[in-house]
Ligand binder design. Structure first.
Ligand SMILES: Cc1ncc(COP(=O)(O)O)c(C=O)c1O
Length: 457
């Protein structure tokens, strides 16, 4: 059998059984190291042997693609998106513009349009396909940095920040760490951001933001969020955008997963006002369920976007705007699996995927509310559920450990309002009601085991 046929067979077998295998890994890091660590071979080995060596690592993988993986916010890739991703690898080659990849550029244009339509964002916004929401945050904020400083008469691309007018940055207390990282990379420093108070579910309060904006003047960027990484809460974008407009500030929305709510008529109200912002960060590898790594940077002000991302050289085609959309120059054809997923799902399928995940969150919360000692800590507005057991950090941590050990499902922990909590995220197309019920049962068993083994009880 040819190498790629064999690879397809391995992949098919994996995906056919991933829903029933143990979710956690059975091989740990050290075990895996022992099977593959060797001196760099002097002579190369057969491709088939190398492939089988890699395939044998499967027990060291957590089944994140499967229906009962609820860790972080990790979508399982749709088969059509996996297949499209294989084509991207097969075609190889960078996809940064028409000269180097006419097909890639055409797919990029159509996919960008579809995304803007699906999410109700300005149709003339520019779209760049990046590695993830961290990079998308960087692109949005770099574009904002350009615009607010250009408006103050400063060319930041030419002169950098040294000597520039100060830029006031505003972000909620519950801003995602990747946004702070982007601020650091851009030279603003994460400590420089004025942190705005949030409500009990982690959404930024627009009143204090408006007051903080009024307190000073000059270039300003507001960093809003759709989808709190713990609770799923979305900042109220309508009043946030209104306050920012009044102050002449740029508004960036980190919508890594929460902005997908805009694709559902039932959930779109959660992110109402998003279309009035200036830039948006979105992950396709989370809720659109395409393979890692794929984020989307969207910027309404095309000139600011192009200025922030521009790179020109004699050997490059100045007319090719594919080079001014992302921090990377050469890049993978990430838009291709996004195109495949959107075309396969259609508008209705996309809305259905997002809605189903939210229904699963509600279903789990309802099931756990009936369990003695279990408590749902968050207001379940989207796809995230925070659970605590016996009002006790240790019992909660042990319950998470027991659940992971059991292998029926996998989820991680967090700290919410100073309390240890189990964090459950629903973002996989293949999760069904019965998987949610299996999780609820597994959590009860894990809680019982945690109580039995816990020194505090
Ligand atoms: C709200 C939010 N923003 C940004 C990110 C970073 O995304 P990525 O890991 O794709 O860079 C995440 C990841 O969980 C997130 O939840």
């Amino acid at each position: 059998m040819g190498l790629l046929h064999r690879t397809a067979q391995i992949a098919q077998e994996y995906l056919d059984t991933v829903g029933e295998r143990r979710v956690g890994a059975t091989l740990g890091f050290e075990d895996v190291l022992a099977t593959l660590d060797c001196p760099l071979p002097e002579e190369g080995e057969d491709a088939e042997v190398v492939l089988e060596t890699l395939a044998a690592l499967e027990p060291g993988m957590i089944a994140t693609a499967g229906p009962r993986y609820f860790g972080f916010v990790t979508g399982g890739a749709l088969p059509v998106a996996v297949a499209a991703d294989w084509l991207v690898s097969t075609w190889d080659g960078p996809h940064f513009g028409r000269a180097v990849s006419p097909a890639g550029a055409a797919v990029e244009d159509v996919t960008a349009r579809w995304l803007l339509e699906a999410l109700g964002l300005p149709r003339d916004a520019r779209v760049g396909f990046v590695t993830g929401a961290t990079m998308a945050n960087l692109v949005g904020l770099a574009s904002g940095r350009h615009r607010v400083l250009a408006s103050a008469g400063w060319d930041v691309e030419e002169h950098g920040l040294h000597g520039a007018p100060p830029v006031r940055i505003f972000a909620g207390e519950e801003v995602h760490v990747s946004l702070l990282k982007a601020l650091r990379i851009l030279g603003f420093g994460s400590a420089g951001a004025t942190r705005i108070p949030v409500d009990g579910n982690g959404a930024m309060q627009p009143g204090p933001l408006a007051a903080a904006l009024r307190e000073g003047e000059g270039p300003a960027i507001v960093c809003a969020q759709a989808g709190n990484v713990n609770t799923g809460a979305c900042d109220p974008l309508l009043p946030i955008v209104a306050a920012a407009r009044e102050a002449g500030a740029w508004v960036h929305v980190d919508g890594a997963f929460g902005l997908w709510a805009a694709a559902s008529p039932r959930l779109a109200a959660l992110v109402a006002g998003a279309d009035g912002a200036d830039s948006w960060a979105l992950d396709a590898h989370k809720w659109l369920n395409v393979p890692y790594d794929c984020g989307v940077a969207i910027v309404a002000d095309g000139e600011a976007h192009a200025a922030a991302m521009s790179a020109t050289a004699e050997y490059l085609l100045a007319s090719d705007d594919g080079l001014t959309k992302t921090p990377e120059m050469s890049r993978r054809g990430r838009q291709v699996p996004v195109y495949a997923a959107l075309r396969h799902l259609g508008r209705r399928g996309l809305a259905g995927l997002v809605e189903r995940c939210c229904e699963h969150a509600t279903r789990l919360a309802a099931a756990m509310e009936g369990v003695e000692g279990a408590e749902v800590l968050n207001d379940v507005v989207l796809n995230q559920v925070l659970l605590r057991f016996d009002s006790d950090d240790e019992v909660t941590a042990r319950t998470i450990e027991e659940l992971q050990r059991g292998g029926e499902a996998w989820l991680g922990g967090t700290v919410w309002h100073g309390m240890t909590a189990a964090r459950v995220a629903f973002s996989n197309w293949s999760t069904e009601d019965q998987d949610v019920d299996r999780l609820a049962t597994a959590l009860q068993h894990a809680l019982a085991a945690a109580r039995a083994g816990s020194p505090v009880r």
